[in-house]
Design a binder for this molecule. Structure first.
Ligand SMILES: C[S@@+](CC[C@H](N)C(=O)[O-])C[C@H]1O[C@@H](n2cnc3c(N)ncnc32)[C@H](O)[C@@H]1O
Length: 274
């Protein structure tokens, strides 16, 4: 069985195919990011725009969250520093967002001076971090009144056709000791709240997104999940079979041309405790 260190390595290995990740993962809803930026104190009517603030993004990947954040903050006088430990992700990020600063480092070794950033965000990645090391580092880098947010954008188990697929993946996550945010984000949030470095987490309103995807393209989305990337050939074959059967059954019942892929964007906010 993999331990936490193996999981962190898998997190890095699993995301090397940055182009595939970029193509198949959905974009974050602007509404959710706007609410978050306000709560982080980076936007809003009381914000003094003469003063430049800094937001550090951890695990930025190909910049899916960053580009929505950048558009929301476009005239807010906020410096965005993005980061990711994977070279391939940083390269893809530079191609996609050449005007935004990206640094190669992990959440456990943040390359930023003490108390130098006003906000830290981690979108769909905190579950990959080594907990204590990253919490200590985020706390160190944040200014005394700094805030920290975790966000996830995961497939919704409320979708009827997605449920059997999620149910198939669940034991694979267990078996390979990989944290699945869909099941574990509440535990992660509780752990941060209990860390004594941060206040109790405040949940922001969930935002649902719906994408209409042709059936032949839906598999690509699920094949970008770390648990599928890490599965054995036999597990991958069984997953594909279950996937095809589920989609066929659903389409023959509903007669829909496209499948509705539902995602939930969940965000939680923490304040630094001094
Ligand atoms: C699911 S992707 C999310 C990327 C982006 N934030 C988004 O929302 O699309 C997870 C990212 O976490 C990064 N990652 C994995 N381990 C990490 C660590 N220990 N510290 C920081 N980032 C890490 C991966 O390289 C990958 O880019």
């Amino acid at each position: 069985m993999a331990d936490k260190d193996d999981e962190a390595l898998l997190g890095i290995k699993g995301f090397k195919d940055s182009k595939h990740y970029e193509q198949v993962r959905p974009d974050y809803p602007k509404e959710a990011v706007e609410i978050l930026m306000n709560k982080l104190g980076l936007l809003g009517e009381y914000r003094d725009k003469a003063k430049q603030l800094t937001v550090l993004e951890l695990g930025a990947g190909t910049g899916k969250f960053t580009r929505v954040m950048a558009s929301v903050l476009h005239d807010a006088n906020v410096r965005i520093i993005a980061s990711d430990p994977v070279k391939e992700m940083c390269e893809q990020f530079k191609d996609m967002l050449p005007d935004i600063e990206i640094k190669q480092f992990g959440a456990e070794n943040i390359d930023a001076p003490e108390e130098s950033v006003h906000a830290v965000v981690a979108a769909s990645c905190f579950h990959w971090f080594k907990f204590k090391e990253s919490i200590d580092e985020i706390h160190r880098a944040l200014a005394p009144d700094g805030k920290f947010a975790v966000a996830w954008h995961f497939p919704s188990s409320q979708s009827i056709w997605m449920k059997p697929i999620c149910d198939f993946l669940e034991p694979l996550y267990e078996k390979n000791c990989i944290t699945w945010p869909l099941l574990h984000h509440e535990q992660i949030i509780n752990r941060i709240s209990l860390s004594e470095k941060f206040s109790c987490g405040k949940m922001l309103p969930n935002v649902l997104t719906k994408l209409q995807v042709p059936p032949e393209k839906v598999f690509n989305h699920f094949s970008s999940y770390s648990v599928v990337v890490a599965a054995s050939d036999d597990e991958k074959m069984k997953f594909k079979k279950l996937f095809d059967e589920t989609i066929k059954r659903h389409i023959s019942k509903t007669r829909e041309n496209n499948l509705t892929v539902v995602h939930t964007c969940t965000v939680c906010l923490f304040e630094k405790i001094i």
